[in-house]
Every structure is written in C-alpha cells, then in structure tokens.
Design a protein around this ligand. Structure first.
Ligand code: ZN
Length: 93
C-alpha cells in the first residue's frame, strides 16, 4: 500500500488537481491534504521531480498570488478584498 504522500505524487504526475480534488480522490480531509502536500513536495524533489503550484488568482480583479509561499488558498484578495479566489492547482513535473 503506497503512502498518501506517494499517492499524491502519482496522482499529480497524471493530472493537475486542487486540494479539494486530492481530498476526494484520497478520502482525506482537505486540511490534511496540505500537510501531505508539503511532504510530497520534498519526496518529489528527492525523486528528481518538482511540485508545481499554479498560484491562486482573484476571480474579481485577476490578482495573482504568485509570491505566496503557503500552499493553502488565501481567504481574500489583498487588492480588491473579494473572497472569490480560484484555488491553487498542483501538479508534479
Ligand atoms: Zn481581487
């Protein structure tokens, strides 16, 4: 049985997914997915691969959170204060 970490790596190597997608695919809570993701990022780099994060983006003004270091979705846009934020999308390359 592969670890959740390895399953995340395998899933993201196949397709881009959000934390919610991963949560459904692995039957773990979305909150836990973020913990596993940061470990998966390290395992991936040990395997010569890389966790790629398409940064979250504000759906109202288009502001992109491209300097954000955390993997979680921000709650609101710093520019227009909107709360409609597109989730970050993860993949392994
Ligand atoms: Zn905005």
């Amino acid at each position: 049985m592969p670890t959740i970490r390895q399953q995340i790596i395998d899933l993201l190597a196949e397709a881009e997914m959000t934390a919610l997608d991963l949560s459904k695919a692995l039957s773990v809570r979305e909150k836990e997915v973020y913990d596993h993701l940061s470990h998966a990022a390290r395992s991936a780099s040990a395997q010569g691969r890389k966790l790629v994060v398409a940064p979250p983006r504000c759906l109202a003004c288009g502001f992109t959170f491209d300097t954000r270091k955390r993997l979680t979705r921000p709650s609101r846009c710093p520019k227009c204060k909107e709360q409609r934020i597109r989730e970050p999308v993860f993949s392994i390359q």
